[in-house]
Design a protein around this ligand. Sequence first.
Ligand code: DX5
Ligand code: ZN
Length: 222
Amino acid sequence: MSTEIRITPSILNADFSQLGAEIEKISKVADLLHLDVMDNIFVPNFTFDFQAASEVIAQSVLPVDAHLMVADVDQIAVEYAHLGCASVTIHAEATRNIAQTLREIRSAGARSSLGIKPGTQIEAYEEFLNDIDMFLIMTVEPGFGGQKFMENMMSKVRRTKKMIGDRPIWLQVDGGISMSTIEYALDAGADTFVVGSAVFNDPNPAEMVEKIRKHAHDYLES
Ligand code: DX5
Ligand code: ZN
């Protein structure tokens, strides 16, 4: 069975002083650019405010997959969609009106995505399936790159995959994905992979994206 695999490198562990050049390194091999927006409220770390994120999005040669780890995400999420992001992820724990915000993201032309932290169960969100283009299952506590992959999240990924059924909804995992851990996520049914430190701590980020993609395809075919 051929499964479509998407690799979405996160620039969280890239060199922020030369982001343009860092993004350029993976521009020919990545499917989307995963942009981690953190506000130091929803998570204990800060990356970009809206203005700085807008500049990265405007300059990115890749379509942008915005992962919003910010409190009170509803209104700003729609603004990210209006900036031209290909995909906008809101966290279930940070939204006041999930259905409306997901619909507004779609209406603004982006894919609507719902993310959940390791401690949040997926079952409560089944009722929003028709408004969702991607689920993001966190495989680390959000906030920092370079953390250890939580293998115990794989049962949640499996349950999400089952819930998705035949719908064209992408299933993304984020946190600790590497050449070795991607196998667990593939087994559980994920198809879209955020890879941060494994790519940007490698001397050749583009080559690492290609290696991970090839490894994923080989693993699925084996
Ligand atoms: C963590 C972020 C991730 C992170 C992934 O809160 O959402 O996207 O950058 O980095 P690695 O792959 O190093 O875990
Ligand atoms: Zn992320």
